[in-house]
Design a protein around this ligand. Structure first.
Ligand code: BES
Ligand code: MN
Ligand code: ZN
Length: 495
């Protein structure tokens, strides 16, 4: 498991700047002004920063852009990275600046001269998220251990008041830990992250005070979760539901998170084409986000009751696998005709959603799933699909996602789509044809949501895992949604 990069806060010491080794990071505002620490660097380098601030290159750059001055005369440091920043940077600007520090490389000790610039917590979050690299399986035997690309040295941030900075950073350190937990789960290949290994890692959250219960196949059978069990019938790794509870909010009804945790999706008997199938190791992305949020709320001791439930299964073709045409009864009691065994996520979620409501009577419920390829056709990799039965709740989530810069776009639900998922012989079919594939999937799920429960379904197939890096994420798992949901919990339940 990856240890997130930690930043240490120390008291600003202008005198020490000349003797610090590695890289220094200094800030110049868009107006060209410098804080005392940057001024000290400017003085020691005989006005190198002033010249940079007055250059065309600096003028053209946006807030967050950076310049690296190598082997600067007057300093022991190897380089100075100068970042342009608004005088009062927004949280997003500060995260971008942090990402710029990580992008410039972290192989040498880095000292960030944050001085009185503020927003250091967000800067440190951006740095940690951008520095993440899933390098567990890169042995670099040929080059030697010190060539490991992810090898990170220390990052020290000089601030006026280290204790205050540390305290302000704590909730964001918890967010970073949650995001890294999610990314590790999602990046992990399916031969390692079986349902059993997944459940074991979640059991590790007990150390943080999360109550963790692991429901095994015989428990699930007793509960009647037959559509979930049907998906896992072809696999050697046993189906499980893991229930995580964080009780920080007294006796109010909990906020519930439900995640699709298909540890590998071959499509089952309706097998997928082989091209790109390896990406289906990320089909537990919804469960990964639920797990990351649980870790975050526990680490920051959130004053809210949050339950997270994940359905862990593997979708394999086998003599014991379910077939197209099978009719299976859900825990709710509705029967489903399984037209396509590759539309398995909704079968898993139908039972876990129902169980969550029956057991916990949540005040609101959000499910996350890498549910449909169609959502990638609709929204690409920039936005997750948002579906909801409650406008206020949906608005609150969209606002939280926006403030965390996690793309989210609402798509409609509507009874008219139900005709596409009518079955000849059962109550409902598990697929609705090509048109509006993400909406018919959401309509299927809505059938398992009780009328009075505010609910959001997030189809994260396009955003959970990206082939190209984003501002705050390397390529691979992004951890999309952990920060937006943590913000939503803060805004709605801890306000
Ligand atoms: N896990 C896939 C959806 C998916 C596709 C996630 C691409 C990430 C990237 C899901 O189980 C699936 O196979 N959906 C089918 C549904 C269809 C059979 C109705 C799909 O999208 O093709
Ligand atoms: Mn599938
Ligand atoms: Zn799937």
């Amino acid at each position: 498991m990856t240890t997130p990069l930690k930043t240490n806060f120390v008291e600003a010491d202008a005198e020490a700047i000349g003797t610090l080794e590695g890289r220094l990071v200094a800030f110049i505002t868009s107006e060209g002004t410098m804080d005392p620490l940057a001024k000290r660097v400017d003085r020691l380098t005989k006005k190198a920063l002033t010249r940079l601030a007055e250059s065309d290159g600096f003028a053209k750059g946006k807030a967050g852009s950076s310049h690296v001055l190598n082997f600067p005369a007057g300093l022991a440091a190897e380089s100075v990275q100068v970042i342009k920043l608004a005088r009062k940077p927004s949280a997003a600007d500060a995260r971008k600046a942090g990402a710029a520090i990580a992008k410039a490389g972290l192989r040498k000790p880095v000292t960030v001269l944050a001085g009185p610039l503020g927003s250091v917590a967000d800067l440190s979050l951006g740095l940690t998220l951008r520095a993440y690299d899933f390098d567990a399986y890169r042995t670099n035997q040929d080059e030697g251990e010190d060539k490991k690309p992810g090898l990170i040295s220390e990052v020290t941030v000089m601030v006026k008041d280290p204790e205050a900075a540390q305290a302000a950073a704590a909730p964001l350190v918890a967010q970073a830990e949650g995001v890294v937990f999610t990314r590790d789960l999602v990046n992990e290949p399916a031969n390692v992250l079986t349902t059993t290994e997944f459940a074991d890692r979640l059991a590790g959250l007990r150390e943080l005070g999360v109550e963790v219960e692991i429901l095994e196949e015989d428990d699930l059978e007793k509960l009647g979760m037959r559509t979930l069990l049907a998906v896992g019938m072809g696999s050697e790794t046993p189906s499980k539901v893991v229930v995580m509870q964080w009780n920080g909010g007294g006796d109010e009804a909990p906020f519930a998170l439900v995640g699709k945790g298909v540890v590998f999706d071959t499509g089952g008997i309706s097998i997928k084409p082989s091209g790109g199938m390896e990406e289906m190791t990320m089909d537990m992305g919804g469960a990964g986000v639920v797990s990351g949020v649980m870790k975050t709320v526990a680490m920051r001791k959130a004053k809210a009751n949050v339950v997270g439930l994940v359905g862990l299964v593997e979708n394999m073709p086998d003599g014991k696998a379910q077939r197209p045409g099978d009719v299976v009864k859900t825990m709710k009691g509705d029967t489903v005709e399984v037209i396509n065994t590759d539309a398995e996520g909704r079968l898993v979620l139908a039972d876990v959603l129902w169980y969550t409501q029956e057991r916990f009577k949540p005040s609101a419920m959000v499910d996350l799933a890498t549910l449909t390829g169609a959502v990638i056709i609709a929204l690409g990799h920039e936005n997750a699909g948002v579906f909801s039965n409650d406008d206020d709740f949906a608005e609150a989530f969209l606002k939280a996602a926006k403030s965390e810069e996690e793309g989210a776009w609402r798509l409609p639900l509507g009874a008219a789509y139900d005709k596409q998922i009518k079955s000849r012989i059962a109550d409902i079919a598990n697929v609705g044809g090509r048109p509006a594939g993400s909406i018919t999937a959401a309509q299927f799920l809505q059938r398992f949501v009780k009328k009075d429960v505010p609910w959001i379904h997030l189809d994260i197939a396009g955003v959970a895992y990206v082939a190209k890096g984003t501002e705050l994420s390397n390529k691979g798992a992004t951890g999309w949604g952990v920060r937006a949901l943590d913000r939503l919990i803060q805004d709605r339940y801890e306000g």
